[in-house]
Design a protein around this ligand. Sequence first.
Ligand SMILES: [Fe+2]
Ligand SMILES: [Fe+2]
Length: 327
Amino acid sequence: MIKKIKTGDLKVGMHVVIPSSWLKHPFLKNEFDIKSRDQIREIIESGFDEVSVDTSKGFPIAEFYTVSHSDKHMAPPTEWKPDKLIPDELKEAIHDKTLPSEKKAELVYKSSVEIMGKLFEDPKAENIKESKQAISEIVDLIVSDNNTSYHLLRITSHDFYTYTHSVNVGVLSVLLSKAVFNGSDAHNMHELGAGFFLHDLGKVRVDPAIINKPGRLTEEEMKQMRIHPYQSYKMLEEAAQLSEECRIITMQHHERGDGTGYPRRLKEDQIHVYGRICCIADVYDALTAERSYKPKLNAFEALKIMKEEMINHFHRDIFEKFVLLFS
Ligand SMILES: [Fe+2]
Ligand SMILES: [Fe+2]
């Protein structure tokens, strides 16, 4: 049975039929089973708003069944088992004392991106809770192992933007918190780490066509995008996972010291220090990412722009500590 579907509603496992000659899209065939989220991104980036799915084909993925459970052509997902949220390699890499720190950083980074990918795909409370455990391990590693942190700081991948961005901002913010709080036990680094890594989780409640749009957003699209801090906050609140202080990170990471941020246009001291830390890491990562509408900046260029053109957005002392991370 062929059904029309918005590309933003596509799921891994669906058998998609693209309504166009294969010359006009990057895939080998016009119809195929979607094997990864990356393929969904490519379909959207090829400019399709709507495609068809053949519900008699494809392979079983739990989420797919939840949206098409009334479809009698499909058998219930009895054999399919979801992947574990936390890959075994993460723990193994973190605790392997023989692993060179560069390799350790690479493995930890890769696993973290994988976790974020799965969490964004299925952000239920149970997965938020599990990812929080993994984030705690990563935070302990960053706090205790300067060599691995050194390499983690220098991995700058932006391949699957929302997932790598979450990890990049998570790592950078934990490192910055370590520098700002200087080992003080007044701050719960596990809770903080979770707030940083999950700051953009609410993007799952924004139209994927906006999240994945290759160009700049229109004012109307920006309006929708501006709901994500509150949605992140709500999701963590609903999942009863983080302390209120750390949920504030999600709510305030787009606030700017000069009052030009969102959603509340808070100023200077109205913004919690955790929000101010996340904001710096967030802007840095956005500047160093390559997007179709802007070139990628290197670390030096990004820091220079932040200092010369955006300094009023940031807490100066915290920004200074951020710059020192790269020296
Ligand atoms: Fe954000
Ligand atoms: Fe962000």
